[in-house]
Design a protein around this ligand. Structure first.
Ligand code: BG6
Length: 512
């Protein structure tokens, strides 16, 4: 029997089970939940993929993924064998009738063996273009029809642009009810991203100064050192704007900018977030160059390793105009944020793997210290490190020890690893458990996804219609193209170079 707080008996079906996502993320997450005793006792994980492999081969492949990517490191035989007993594989293409019939039969058998109607989760770990076909089959076969028990998880990007996202939504909501559809954005499952809500709304300290009167601007950086690697085929049709900005970066922006929720009810939080997206000042098509910068990495060297340029990656056109770097300058038209720029940037092959939000406060209204005291003066800055070395740093001014009055910036630090002596679950662990529990708070609602597409639509259109003449335009291991710096210097500001990911919590924060 399941414990009170464990999910109900569940069949977890993964479409695209022989792919990368299941191997690197989904199964390691499910395995960790299993080790933490969070999963129901009556659990079946059924992978569906095109590769013709046996259950045993499937399990061995997944174990290899867990060994490499689990936060707990290598598996132990006993626990793995116990977990693996829940794993089954069905080879086939869901577009074909016989795969559907075989799936229906397997689901029926689980229910029969357990003597109940189990919850069913259908996880679409497949390219966006196939989502409609698979969902359509599920609907036709009536496998996902009970809106209390059956759920569909859809990976991002949700659609390819505003029109296709709307079309996909129309199809899905025509077949399933909204509360069955879980649109996943794994950033929302990250501890530090969730902590943004705790930080802002569980502390009275910051909320009174969280607006245009005290905040000068906000910077959101999500940087990666890796290139697109084997994902060129997918990335070529996505680019940084669709792959990262439309979802992860805009979600972070929403959490920074949203109004306080009345409750932690899923819809209340999502309403407040969608309000932010609705208030983002639309970028005029002829002004895109003033608000957005794109870039693409060329050939180079990181450390001693020679790296290919994006155009040399597998599955990428030799004259590709796909951006591997994107930066935006956004404004939010409401009382709280009028006139406060939000600068967002993300890219592959950058100098460091780091995600962080920097909130720059305005200078003091009157400088009473003598000029000699304030040579090193810097405005207050709050840095929220999403990864790595998760934590929060507040930069304040202090008097330097000595006989003279000289001010120097110092950092007050909160580090997750020091404060809580425990490892945080991976984002996918949190999110998969939430799906099993039927809690949609950390998932995106249809209107949120559409509004996010609306925000970037003018940029997408402009970049698609005019190929980039200067690509490749940044060096691997740098912080992106020079034009990204100009986006801030035109406003008299600079990007903060995030603290190196190798730095330990407690080291001085980023420099300008
Ligand atoms: C995914 C993108 O959503 O997020 C990838 O598709 C990207 O291109 C990844 O590498 C980054 O996630 P994380 O959790 O490693 O920051």
């Amino acid at each position: 029997m399941e414990r009170n707080n464990q999910p109900q008996p569940t069949v977890f079906v993964i479409f695209g089970a022989s792919g990368d996502l299941a191997w690197r993320k989904l199964i390691p997450a499910l395995y960790n939940l299993y080790l933490d005793d969070e999963l129901p006792k009556r659990l079946a994980i059924l992978g569906i993929g095109r590769k013709a492999i046996s259950d045993e081969e499937f399990r061995a492949h997944l174990r290899d993924g867990v060994d490499q990517f689990s936060r707990r490191g290598k598996t132990e035989k006993k626990s793995w064998d116990e977990f693996a007993a829940h794993l089954n594989y069905l080879a086939g293409d869901l577009a074909e009738k016989q795969t559907g019939t075989a799936l229906a039969e397997q689901l029926r058998q689980f229910d029969q063996t357990w003597g109940l109607e189990a919850n069913r989760i259908f996880y679409l770990a497949i390219p966006p273009a196939l989502a409609e076909t698979v969902a359509g089959q599920l609907a036709r076969l009536e496998l996902c029809k009970d809106c209390r028990r059956d759920r569909l998880v859809v990976e991002k990007p949700f659609g390819h642009d505003l029109a296709s996202a709307r079309a996909l939504d129309l199809t899905l909501t025509g077949m399933f009810s909204e509360n069955q559809i879980y649109r996943i954005d794994h950033y929302l499952g990250k501890e530090t991203v969730q902590n943004l809500l705790a930080f802002r709304f569980a502390n009275a300290l910051f909320e009174p100064i969280w607006d245009r009167r005290y905040i000068d601007h906000v910077q959101i950086t999500v940087a990666e050192t890796v290139g697109v690697g084997s994902r060129g085929g997918y990335y070529e049709h996505a680019g940084a704007l669709r792959d990262m900005v439309q979802n992860h970066l805009l979600q972070i922006l929403c959490l920074i900018a949203m109004e306080s929720p009345v409750s932690f009810d899923a819809d209340e939080i999502r309403n407040k977030k969608v309000d932010v997206l609705r208030a983002i000042h639309p970028i005029k098509p002829d002004k895109v160059h003033q608000y957005a910068v794109r870039g693409q990495y060329g050939k180079g060297q990181i450390g001693t390793q020679k790296t290919p340029g994006y155009r040399q990656e597998e599955g990428v056109a030799p004259d590709s105009s796909t951006e591997t770097f994107a930066a935006l300058r956004l404004f939010i038209d409401n009382w709280r944020w009028q006139g406060v720029p939000f600068y967002l940037r993300t890219g592959k092959c950058l100098a460091d793997k780091v995600s962080q939000v920097s909130i720059l406060f305005r200078p003091v209204p009157h400088q009473s210290f003598p000029a000699s005291a304030v040579e090193n003066w810097q405005p207050n800055r709050l840095v929220i490190r999403i990864q790595p070395e998760e934590g929060i740093t507040l930069r304040i001014q202090a008097k330097q020890p000595g006989t003279r009055m000289v001010l120097a910036p110092v950092d007050m630090q909160f580090c997750y690893s020091d404060a809580f002596n425990t490892t945080a679950p991976e984002a996918y662990e949190t999110l998969l458990l939430d799906v099993m529990r039927g809690d949609a708070t950390l998932f995106m609602r249809a209107d949120q996804v559409e509004k996010a597409w609306e925000v970037i639509a003018p940029v997408l259109e402009s970049w698609t219609s005019v190929p980039a003449g200067d690509f490749p335009d940044y060096r691997p291991g740098s912080w992106g193209p020079e034009a990204a710096a100009a986006l801030l210097t035109q406003d008299g500001r600079n990007w903060f170079e995030p603290v190196a990911s190798s730095a330990k919590c407690g080291e001085q924060e980023d420099k300008e």
